[in-house]
Design a binder for this molecule. Sequence first.
Ligand code: ATP
Ligand code: K
Ligand code: MG
Length: 664
Amino acid sequence: MSVVGFDIGNENCVIAVVRQRGIDVLLNYESKRETPAVVCFSEKQRILGSAGAASAMMHIKSTISQIKRLIGRKFADPDVKKELKMLPGKTSEGQDGGILIHLKYSGEIHVFTPVQFLSMLFAHLKTMTENDLEMPISDCVIGIPSYFTDLQRRAYLDAAKIAGLQPLRLIHDCTATALSYGMYKTDFGSAGPAYVAFIDIGHCDTQVCIASFEFGKMEILSHAFDRSLGGRDFDEVIFSHFAAKFKEEYHIDVYSKTKACFRLRAACEKLKKVLSANLEAPLNIECLMDGKDVKGFITREEFEKLASGLLERVSIPCHRALTDANLTAEKISSVELVGSGSRIPAISTSLTSLFKREPSRQLNASECVARGCALQCAMLSPVYRVREYEVKDVIPFSIGLSSDEGPVAVRSNGVLFPRGQPFPSVKVITFQRSNLFHLEAFYANPDELPPRTSPKISCVTIGPFHGSHGSKIRVKVRVPLDLHGIVSIESATLIKDDMDDLVMAGDYHSNSDAMDIDPISETVTNGFEDDTNKKLEFPCSSADGTRKDNRRLNVPVNENVYGGMTKAEISEALEKELQLAQQDRIVEQTKEKKNSLESFVYDMRSKLFHTYRSFASEQEKDGISRSLQETEEWLYEDGVDETEHAYSSKLEDLKKVSLPPFYY
Ligand code: ATP
Ligand code: K
Ligand code: MG
């Protein structure tokens, strides 16, 4: 069993694995440490990762990137509308209000959800890891942005499941980074905790967290973010600058041509990178549009002026994180800048003035998230022994709970888990009800959420059950906030002092009750879960005084997550993924067979003139030569695009004529 950490970025993915010596970042098929988050559909197969990015230009209309931004989002969200405009193909609204992306593949139109694309990426990364480790994997830890909602977290788990992965934890990107920082640092003095700010600027977003470190433990104090500030926004200011310039100078409107947009945008990203190391950079694109070559030039100073608005925005989440952590900038002993989007020198400059110290780059800016994920995975896996190290993380958004009778947790304004609450955590709430009731989980403070995020999480039905003659019974509901930061209502139990009179019998456990937090070890089994339509009758004979033995009995719980995938949808997606993977495999095998036929032709031809020269007669050699010639011609004509079987039978035929036994 191996443990793996995945950093899935909007632009790049990184895989880290735990080895005997420590943590390694895997090289992909192109020997790169980062794999582009790209899914490309060519005519007959999917091309993923690096190869997908390389084929993007050829399949502009069927190449999907920046998938992460679309996970768990609504089609009608104006921000999403803007994102979808950048996608090449047609999009539409799903029944649940989600996003559907249409693309042409194998001569048909296919419709996929963002979760499906994400699972394709996961599957690609999984296969790559398995090929490298030469063993199957499923346990992993995956990095997620701290601003992900419940729905987005669940969507990640669904995508992982479809890809055959089993995340032991979804961990906040910055928490993973902090872990890869703290785990190896032992020089935290005795002068109290050291406070460190982590700032991760990626392709599409900025995340900040403040962590406190002491020997043997780390604690996240706050998370803050700007969901729409990242490297690509810097590309975009350069892009708009040149688009306007070229309109004037060359009379071309790049916005009117997908391909021109794509090429100019790619050139601007390159330009931005050049400007990180140089004070000026040229731009040359041949035949950008209408047969025109374009030329441009920009200095770092000009770029910084164009990007001044963006640079100012970097400080907003930093201030917010400090405020939430109850710290001032002076208290921060180190500012760690990560994420490749942060390589722009002006970002460091503006952070220096904010924190009154230069940000340090102790961590590997593009690998720290994946490394932290792998570490966490090793810590959670029973297979590995890792030095004791405590990781405490907090949730970014307050979660509330209400019932049909109004807010629950009235004392804390209906907030069950406040923002900043460490997790995992469990709350157990006792209700007095006579029959079936509903609970709603929601984000209690919309101001904390990214703009236009629905505060609704899930709706849960508890029951049916009945107190006899309509009397009220105590129902205990367990509400865990799990290791992924997902809130779910997983069980409810009826508490009755005397269950001898139960109309329906069941297997039940006794429990001493009256605790606010339940022990996790206990499992209660009974027949009711499979048979939710039966009603439980409680003849509510009041207890006769002595109360020794409280009993419990499970009540059916039915959870409906707003916008989540149903079991049926997940298995449908699984089925589809298997089909697509099968098709990819067939295409690959066919290519291999075609290649071996081709190389056999070349091999044999050279053998004919060398090794075989003295063995075979002229007549035999002529015959073989002719067969080789025919096969070669076939490969270029009718056989260009044939089935695996066609290539292998051709190869067999060829072997028969050119490899008579006496040649061996
Ligand atoms: P996200 O965290 O938003 O999901 P990601 O993790 O894929 O995305 P990173 O790989 O951290 O993002 O960063 C990618 C961004 O970094 C791109 O916008 C890229 O242009 C930018 N970038 C890479 N190298 C440089 C550089 N030398 N100078 C400036 N920007 C750079
Ligand atoms: K990344
Ligand atoms: Mg990232």
